[in-house]
Write a protein that binds this ligand. Structure first.
Ligand SMILES: [Fe+2]
Ligand SMILES: [Fe+2]
Length: 271
């Protein structure tokens, strides 16, 4: 099974530039075009939050248009820039978004890997959390299929990244989540967004990862007290390949780059 993860699309109404600089709609168009050209095709696409920039209905309408060319099932979760009700209203055919109210948490059972989605949103705040209600749901949901390999998708990564200003709007109190994950070793991975760059940390006996954005990346600033900024490094996405026993993650860049070039010519290594 091949899972494609994209994250932090930050679509704005009328294709307005983010921060007066970043063409997020154009970036998603280029990304969708690249995903359509993949061979093999991913079985599913998960989109780990910050789908739009201000949680507005007209932003979700444009997002739906931009995602429409994708042929496989697309699973959406909200990030801190999203608004739950506008998201649900914008994707009426995505029934899984309505598995539970008020939170957008759901489980997808149709694939060799079970997908369990968490909603870390605190309305009107940039940081994230999982309250007792959401953690209880997770405990119950993971307990239903203890033997099925599972990936958890969530927007805010449950660890400190070292990028100071993003940690300032990070995930509050990972310990209760870690306790749940530790009880469920079938969780192969926690796939997250929010950081606009790929980061990995061991988490509660599993592995937590973040994904680049197809638009702008968060500047790699590990200096304590470093400023908050973004950059236009090569954008990207991730391909998570489940080979039946292990989940292997590739971070891919978008854009036109020289190559691929062959190592051999007429069977001989090129010297
Ligand atoms: Fe974001
Ligand atoms: Fe975010």
């Amino acid at each position: 099974m091949l899972i494609c993860q994209i994250s932090d699309l930050h679509i704005k109404a009328e294709r307005k530039l983010a921060y007066q600089r970043v063409d997020t709609a154009g970036a998603l168009e280029r990304c969708v075009e690249a995903l359509r050209a993949l061979d093999p095709q991913p079985d599913v696409i998960v989109v780990t939050g910050d789908l739009v920039d201000f949680g507005r209905p007209d932003e979700y309408a444009l997002l739906a248009e931009l995602l429409a060319p994708l042929r496989q099932p697309v699973y959406l979760i909200p990030g801190n820039h999203d608004e739950r009700e506008a998201l649900r209203a914008g994707f009426p055919a995505h029934d899984y978004l309505r598995q539970w109210a008020p939170f957008v948490q759901y489980a997808i059972e149709d694939w060799p890997l079970r997908i369990v989605a968490l909603d870390t949103v605190i309305p009107m705040a940039s940081g994230g959390e999982l309250c007792a209600q959401r953690l209880d749901w997770l405990e119950r949901t993971l307990s239903q299929s203890p033997d099925k390999p599972t990936v958890v998708i969530m927007h805010h990564p449950p660890f400190v990244t070292g990028v100071g200003f993003m940690d300032g709007v990070g995930f509050a109190d990972p310990a209760p989540l870690a306790a749940v994950i530790r009880r469920h070793p079938q969780v192969e991975r926690l796939m997250c967004g929010h950081l606009h760059r790929p980061i990995v940390q061991r988490f509660a006996g599993s592995v937590a990862t973040t994904c680049p954005s197809p638009a702008h990346q968060i500047a790699l600033e590990l200096k304590p007290g470093g400023g908050d900024s973004y950059c236009l490094e090569p954008p990207g996405y991730q391909l998570h390949w489940w080979n039946g026993t292990a989940l292997v993650t590739h971070t891919a860049v978008l854009g036109d780059w020289p190559g691929p070039f062959p190592f051999r010519e007429g069977g001989e290594l090129i010297d």
